[in-house]
Write a protein that binds this ligand. Structure first.
Ligand code: 3H9
Length: 701
C-alpha cells in the first residue's frame, strides 16, 4: 500500500492496519492507502472478510486537521468511507483508544464495529467550527437515533464504549489486544455468515420517535446557548437531512453544509486555537530530554481564596498538599472553605461524595514552616506585597529540602526580586493561577532570569497532570494577561465617561465574543481589587491614567460590586442578576462634567474597537519585548483565562484576520485623539508596513 497502511491476510481474513503516529489522523496518503487496501481485498480471491484496525495508542482521531484550508486532494474522506460501506465483502472496524470525527465516520462506513472497553467515540468537529463531513451526520442517527446523534454532534463530546454499545453505535466490546479481537470477530463473521450490513441502509432508529420535535428543541437550544456560533445550527440542519432525505441526498446536503463551515472564519479561528494550545507546550531551549523532578508532595503558603483553590487543584490530581496558615483560626477558615467548595461540587453533581472524601483526605493543614521541609514544590499564595513575599521566601529557603521548587503565585510583582530573597533563584518560578484556581484551566508559568530548564520542564509536565493549559511568560508588570487587561479595562471605563452605559458596553463585548462584559466582570471580582493598583499606576504612569474616574468614585461610595449589592449594576439580596443601578448615572454624569467630556452616543463597533484594539496594541508590545515567544501564546492566555471566544481565535489572531494595517490605522486615530496611552506598538507599525502578521513574527534569537 504505502508506508502508513499495511495489508496482509490470515487465511480468509484481510487485515488493513493504519499506522500514522501519534493519533492515526487521516491525511491524503492515509486515505489513498486505505482505498488501495480495500481494492486489494476486493480483488483478493482468498479473502472473504476485512478487518480495519490501527496500530499505536489509538484508532483514528479524525481527518488531518493540518489539511483544512489547503486545496483538497483526492481521494476525499467521504469517498473512502462510501467505498468501505459499498464493499462487497463484510468489514469490521476494531476501535481502541479513540475514534473521533473522520475516525468514527470510517468505522460507521464499516459493516460492524467492536471497541475496547476503555475506548471512546465521538464527533468533535463542532469544536473546530465544522460538522462531520464524511457521512457522520447521516449514519450516526441511523444507528443511535436522532436525539443521541444531535447531542453528540452539537456538543462534540465523546462517549465511552459502554454508552456507544447501548446506543447501538458499537456491536461488541472487547478486552486485550485489538488485533486478536479483530481476528476473533472476523472468524465469527465467517463461521456465522455475518454478511454485509450497510449503516446507510438502516432506518429503524429514524422511524421510532418524533424526530421533528427533537430537531426543533435542539435548534432552539443552539440559538439560546450558542449565539454567534457558525457551525452548531448547521450541525442540526445536517442531521435533519438524515430524517428528510434518502442517504445519497443527505450526504450531499451534509457536504454542502460542511463546505460552508470549512470556508468560515470561525473554522480558521478554532483550528488556530487547537494548534495554539498544543504549541504553547513547546519551549525552544527546553529539549524533550530535559530531566524533570518528581512532584509527590506539595506545600501551599496562604489559605485565602487563591491558596485554597490551588490546593484543591493538586488534591484533585491525587497529589497531597500541606496548606500553611499563620494561626489556627485562619487555618480552620481555609480548610472549611476547601470543604465547602467540594461540597458545592457534590451538590451540583460534578463530584461524587466518595471522590470528595478522597480529595479532602489528601489536604492537611499546618502552622509551622518546618512541615514543608519534605515538599517537592511549595507555592506561595499570600498577600500581594513584596515585603510579605520576602518573609515567605526567606523562610522557605531555610526549611525546604535542596531541589524543592519554590513558586510564587504573584500576579504582578517582579519574580526576579522574589527569587533574590533566596539563595537558590534557579529553583524559583512563578505559577500564576487564575481564580477560581481549581476551575480555571490557564496557568501563566513565569520564567525568571535564573529559573533552571529543569524547573521549567517540571512545572510544564506538572501542569498536564493538573489538567491546566500552561503558557510560559517572562517577567513584567502584570505578566501577559493582566498587563493587557489593564488597557482593556481602562478603555471600558473611559467609554462610560464618554457616554456609554455599562449595559451597552457589556452587551457589545459579549456579542463580540467575550463570555462576560467588563463591567459585570468587575462587579463579580470586586471593584476594590484594582483600586490600589490604579493608585500605584497613577503615581508611576500619570500620562496613562490621569484622573480618578468612575471606578474610584464607585469605590469611594462603597459600591464595590456584587459583594455590596451595588457596583456598576444593582443586585437584589442573594441574587447575581444585574439590574440597572440608579445611583450610577448621576455619578457618571458628574465624572464626565469634572473631566470636561461631552457625553455622546457611541456605537457598538466603536466600543469593541476601543477595548479590543487596546488589548492588541499591548499584546504587540509584549510580543516584541519577548515576554512570550509567539503571538499564539497570547491567544491561549485570552481563550483560557479571560473568556475570549475560541471562535475568535484570540486577540492576536483576530488582529491578523482583520489585517494589521486596518488595526494600526484605527489605533493611530485613537492615539491622536486620546494621547500617550494609545502610542502604537512599534512591532505593529513594522508588521503593518510589511503586510505581515503577528503569527509569522519570530523574535531575533
Ligand atoms: C474531521 O475529522 C473532519 C471529518 O468529519 C470530515 C472530513 C472531510 N489532525 O492533542 P495531543 C496532533 S475533523 C492532525 O497533544 P492527546 C496534535 O496536533 C477532526 N493532527 O494528544 C499533536 O501534535 P504535536 C476531528 C492531530 O493525547 C499530536 O497529534 N478530530 C490531530 O492529548 C498529539 O495530540 C478531532 O477534532 C488531527 N486530527 O489528545 C480530534 N489530532 O505532537 C482532535 C491530534 O505535533 N484531536 N493531532 O503537537 C484531539 O482531540 C486530541 O489530539 C486527541 C489526543 C484526543 C486525539
Amino acid at each position: 500500500m504505502n508506508s502508513s497502511v499495511n495489508y496482509e491476510h490470515q487465511g480468509r481474513i484481510a487485515l488493513i492496519t493504519l499506522n500514522n503516529p501519534p493519533v492515526n489522523a487521516l491525511g491524503q496518503a492515509q486515505r489513498q492507502g486505505l482505498l488501495d487496501a480495500l481494492h486489494e481485498a476486493q480483488s483478493d480471491a482468498q479473502v472473504d472478510v476485512l478487518v480495519l484496525l490501527c496500530s499505536g495508542r489509538t484508532f483514528i482521531a479524525g481527518a488531518d486537521i493540518k489539511e483544512f484550508g489547503k486545496p483538497p486532494q483526492a481521494p476525499s474522506l467521504p469517498d473512502v468511507v462510501n467505498a468501505f460501506e459499498q464493499s462487497a465483502k463484510p468489514c469490521v472496524a476494531v476501535i481502541h483508544g479513540m475514534a473521533l470525527g473522520g475516525g468514527l465516520e470510517m468505522a460507521l462506513g464499516c459493516h460492524y464495529r467492536i471497541a475496547h472497553r476503555d475506548a471512546q467515540v465521538g464527533l468533535p468537529e463542532v469544536k473546530l467550527g465544522l460538522l462531520p463531513g464524511a457521512g457522520g451526520t447521516q449514519r450516526l442517527p441511523r444507528l443511535a437515533g436522532i436525539g443521541k446523534a444531535l447531542d453528540m454532534i452539537v456538543s462534540g463530546a465523546p462517549i465511552d464504549a459502554l454508552q456507544a454499545l447501548e446506543s447501538h453505535i458499537i456491536d461488541e466490546l472487547f478486552e486485550g489486544d485489538p488485533r486478536a479481537a479483530g481476528v476473533a470477530f472476523a472468524q465469527r463473521m465467517l463461521d456465522e455468515s455475518l454478511g454485509v450490513r450497510r449503516t446507510g441502509d438502516q432506518t429503524a432508529a429514524l422511524d421510532s420517535v418524533d424526530n421533528s420535535a427533537l430537531i426543533a428543541a435542539k435548534r432552539a437550544e443552539v440559538a439560546k446557548r450558542m449565539p454567534g456560533f457558525f457551525s452548531p445550527p448547521r450541525c442540526v440542519a445536517a442531521v435533519e437531512a438524515a430524517v428528510c432525505l434518502p442517504l445519497a441526498e443527505g450526504l450531499q446536503r451534509e457536504r454542502a453544509l460542511f463546505q460552508e463551515c470549512l470556508g468560515s472564519e470561525q473554522r480558521a479561528a478554532l483550528v488556530h486555537a487547537f494548534f495554539a494550545e498544543r504549541q504553547c507546550a513547546r519551549i525552544e531551549d527546553v529539549p524533550k530530554e530535559t530531566p524533570v523532578r518528581a512532584i509527590k508532595r506539595v506545600g501551599v503558603v496562604g489559605g485565602g481564596t487563591m491558596g485554597v483553590g490551588i490546593a484543591l487543584s493538586f488534591v484533585s490530581a491525587g497529589i497531597p498538599v500541606t496548606l500553611l496558615e499563620i494561626n489556627e483560626q485562619a487555618l480552620q477558615r481555609a480548610l472549611q472553605h476547601a470543604r465547602e467548595t467540594c461540597a458545592a461540587s457534590v451538590e451540583r453533581g460534578s463530584l461524587s461524595a466518595e471522590l470528595m472524601g478522597q480529595r479532602l483526605a489528601l489536604l492537611h493543614g499546618g502552622l509551622d514552616y518546618n512541615e514543608l521541609a519534605e515538599a517537592d514544590l511549595v507555592i506561595e499564595a499570600v498577600f500581594e506585597s513584596l515585603e510579605a513575599k520576602r518573609e515567605v521566601f526567606e523562610r522557605l529557603d531555610q526549611v525546604c529540602k535542596p531541589g524543592a521548587i519554590l513558586a510564587s503565585n504573584t500576579s504582578s510583582l517582579d519574580l526576579d526580586v522574589i527569587a533574590a530573597f533566596t539563595a537558590r533563584p534557579q529553583d524559583v518560578v512563578g505559577l500564576h493561577f487564575f481564580s477560581p484556581a481549581n476551575v480555571m484551566r490557564l496557568l501563566e508559568v513565569v520564567r525568571g532570569r535564573d529559573t533552571s530548564l529543569e524547573v521549567l520542564a517540571t512545572v510544564m509536565r506538572l501542569s498536564k497532570t493538573l489538567g491546566k493549559v500552561a503558557v510560559v511568560v517572562g517577567v513584567c508588570d502584570g505578566f501577559v494577561g493582566n498587563r493587557m487587561i489593564f488597557q482593556y479595562g481602562r478603555e471600558a471605563e473611559f467609554l462610560l465617561e464618554e457616554g456609554a452605559t455599562p449595559e451597552q458596553v457589556d452587551a457589545a463585548l459579549r456579542r463580540f465574543g467575550l463570555a462576560m462584559g467588563p463591567n459585570a466582570m468587575r462587579d463579580l471580582s470586586g471593584l476594590d481589587i484594582g483600586w490600589s493598583i490604579r493608585k500605584r499606576q497613577r503615581e508611576t504612569l500619570p500620562s496613562h491614567y490621569p484622573l480618578p474616574g468612575v471606578l474610584d468614585k464607585l469605590c469611594e461610595a462603597g459600591m464595590l460590586g456584587q459583594k455590596t449589592g451595588r457596583g456598576f449594576y444593582r443586585y437584589a439580596p442573594g441574587s447575581r442578576r444585574p439590574e440597572p443601578n440608579p445611583a450610577l448615572m448621576p455619578l457618571l454624569e458628574a465624572v464626565s462634567r469634572e473631566k470636561g467630556i461631552t457625553r455622546d452616543d457611541l456605537s457598538d463597533q466603536y466600543i469593541v474597537e476601543r477595548c479590543i484594539f487596546a488589548l492588541i496594541n499591548e499584546g504587540a508590545k509584549i510580543l516584541e519585548e519577548g515576554i512570550v515567544r509567539r503571538s499564539s501564546d497570547i491567544d491561549v492566555i485570552y481563550l483560557h483565562g479571560y473568556g475570549f471566544a475560541a471562535w475568535r481565535g484570540g486577540p492576536m489572531f483576530y488582529a491578523d484576520s482583520l489585517g494589521l494595517d486596518k488595526v494600526l490605522a484605527r489605533i493611530r486615530e485613537f492615539h491622536q485623539r486620546f494621547g500617550a496611552w494609545w502610542e502604537p506598538a512599534p512591532l505593529l507599525v513594522k508588521l503593518a508596513a510589511q503586510g505581515g502578521r503577528f503569527a509569522d513574527w519570530k523574535p531575533a534569537s
